[in-house]
Design a protein around this ligand. Sequence first.
Ligand SMILES: [Zn+2]
Ligand SMILES: [Zn+2]
Length: 226
Amino acid sequence: MAGGVAVRRVVVGPLQTNVYLLCRGSDCIVVDPGADARRLLRELEGRRVLAVVATHLHFDHVGAAAEIVRATRAPFVVHVLDWEMRGAFAEMARLWGFREPELPEPELVEGDAELPLGLKAVHTPGHSPGSVSIIGAGFVLAGDTLFYDGVGRTDLPGGDFTQLVRSVCRLYAELPERFLVYPGHGKPTTLGREAGENAAVPRSLCGQLAEAGAGLMPGRARESGA
Ligand SMILES: [Zn+2]
Ligand SMILES: [Zn+2]
């Protein structure tokens, strides 16, 4: 429990995606329903679903979205910059040998946005252009932006490592260290643990980013040095 919102993690699909059921009383939000709609609906036990939210539109996070939305009539919340990439993401699913996910009509958000249950979606681009993290009292659902001891890959369509570093640094800077991080894959961690010891983006890298100003990409650094 955190601020009255209970967080339940359910692992689904071939890429072991974490789905989160965030519930307060009989009201819930479903985050990243990657697969296995029937199991997710069973776990919800008839509670009301106020929204289905995608931290980003990669197929392993939205494979069951259409089915959940049909069953619950909840709005499907997604960032506009990922919605604009849906063609490229569908192509990516095909290239990886997966079925292209059926997507429900979206309710598009831009920048940061309020969600039901007092939660907030903040724009944390980098793994994808429209990646969001969902913040509640005492926790952050980081999607594929931040993992235990790692960060999301940035070699997929629209990925950008400098943006990703900025996004992770924003989480370190704006949220307390005790906050639990619930990532899109793998086990939960805390912001303090990752800020101190994350192998890819520790907080020390954020200072370098601030000094570099323009960014961390080698090309940019050479430009500014010339
Ligand atoms: Zn992803
Ligand atoms: Zn993923």
